[in-house]
Design a protein around this ligand. Structure first.
Ligand code: B12
Ligand code: SF4
Length: 358
């Protein structure tokens, strides 16, 4: 029986829990005493609790996100009713920035805030004796434990912990960097500063291993893949030179940063192989200022047109209605108010844009 169960409720079965795999990969000598048990939010909380209890762990580490907090609260309440001595350690974005007043935090023993890749192992080491037969210890931790930002050079990468079944049936998330240098007020990632890169050699070796295992679809979770142009170019070239039919790569990008060297390599990708999630959020500079989002609208339009006309990238563009200071009218009128070009033409372009970008 494992002493540690790492668990989460994914939004759907198809989404593999990437964060848990990072924690598992960095458990060190505790790894043989741990397992990952994933569920999704469509399962019944009592069934999930029963499955977890059947493993008889000493510690359950739970990944909490906006999509699972309600269901997970019911799971943890059931577990604590039946086996109150099991230590519940929470982590994940939903409890990393705000812990007060959350019922699940009341139920838990500890919350590790932030990137817990190394901190989770550290806390487990304090709780567990080297001898698996021993009872759990009760050290004098605070309930809320902030994790220091881990150095990527100290982290073991988690990609070997995607199983062959994961590779065959689920969305596989990968990341070449963490953090975001921007400060959009509505977004939790704006609190994740500074940006840190996974050492490129180590990362590409891990990607090669996934390719060798037959993976064809890669979903990058980097907040802004085109921040460091040298790295983004190296990544794209790496995948392009290994391209085989059926391959697909998803990246999130900022639209006002697409220099010629990146444009050239993007244009070489075959149709259907590259998807960009382009965060525009607003075309209205006043709203942009209110949400602390800096962007160059001229460059944005130029890059966007380039992607539409000169490449076969599939574009997911994000525009948000309802940001502070935005009304439906200002949303539609704002290109004209900026006086960048003829207002009507801009409004038509905006409509066209909205129709084409899904
Ligand atoms: C993949 C993803 C999804 C997937 C779901 C994945 C899944 N497993 O089910 C999909 C595409 C469905 C999705 C949807 C949404 N998402 Co989303 N998503 C992500 C994304 C891009 C990647 C998550 C990831 O793997 N990160 C990389 C890993 C390494 O980081 P991590 O998961 O945060 O894990 C670290 C820590 O959190 C912590 N940790 C994690 N688990 C545990 C467990 C324990 C025990 C401990 C101690 C610590 C710990 O340590 C880990 C290692 O450092 C993030 C953005 C990002 N880049 O992180 C947004 C993000 C998680 N999503 C977010 C949001 C807002 C949404 C949506 C609401 C968006 C929308 N408006 O529709 C929807 C909600 C879905 C729903 N059904 O309701 C927010 C989270 C807000 C929150 N409080 O949870 C994020 C952070 C984006 C953002 N910047 O705002 N999402
Ligand atoms: S640029 Fe994107 S990820 Fe970064 S803070 Fe703004 S919305 Fe969030």
């Amino acid at each position: 029986m494992p002493d540690i169960v790492l668990t989460t409720l994914n939004a759907k079965f198809i989404h593999a829990a990437f964060g848990l795999r990072y924690l598992f990969a960095n458990l060190g000598e505790l790894q043989p005493r741990a397992v990952i048990a994933e569920f999704d939010i469509n399962l019944r909380p009592l069934d999930i609790a029963e499955t977890l209890l059947a493993r008889a762990p000493k510690i359950i580490g739970v990944g909490l996100y906006i999509w699972n907090v309600e269901e997970t609260t019911a799971v943890i309440a059931a577990i604590k009713r039946i086996r109150p001595e099991i230590k519940i350690i929470l982590g994940g974005p939903e409890v990393s920035y705000e812990t007060e007043g959350q019922p699940i935090v009341e139920l838990a023993d500890h919350v590790i805030t932030g990137e817990a890749d190394l901190k989770f192992a550290e806390v487990c080491r304090e709780l567990l004796d080297a001898n698996p037969q021993s009872a759990i210890r009760n050290p004098q931790f605070p309930k809320i434990i902030p994790a220091e930002l881990p150095e990527f050079s100290r982290l073991s990468l988690p990609y070997d912990f995607y199983t062959d079944a994961d590779l065959a049936h689920r969305i596989i998330y990968v990341e070449a960097s963490r953090g975001c240098p921007f400060t959009c007020e509505f977004c939790l990632s704006s609190l994740d500063i500074p940006v840190r890169q996974v050492p490129l050699d180590k990362f590409l070796a891990a990607m090669q291993k996934l390719l060798d295992r037959g993976l064809k679809q890669f979903k990058f979770v980097d907040r802004t893949f085109n921040l460091n142009i040298l790295t983004s170019k190296a990544l794209l070239e790496f995948f392009l030179s290994r391209y085989r039919p059926g391959m697909f790569f998803h990246f999130e990008m900022i639209p006002d940063r697409l220099p010629a060297e990146l444009r050239e390599v993007i244009a070489k990708f075959p149709p259907g192989s590259l998807q960009f999630e382009v965060g525009i959020q607003t075309f209205n500079p006043e709203v942009g200022a209110l949400i602390s989002r800096r962007q160059n609208y001229e460059r944005l339009a130029d890059n966007f047109n380039y992607l539409r006309k000169k490449t076969s990238v599939h574009i997911h563009a994000d525009l948000i209605v309802g940001l502070p200071g935005e009304t439906l009218e200002s949303f539609a009128a704002c290109p004209a108010r900026r006086g960048v070009a003829d207002g009507l033409q801009r409004a038509a372009a905006l409509r066209n844009f909205a129709e084409q970008a899904d």
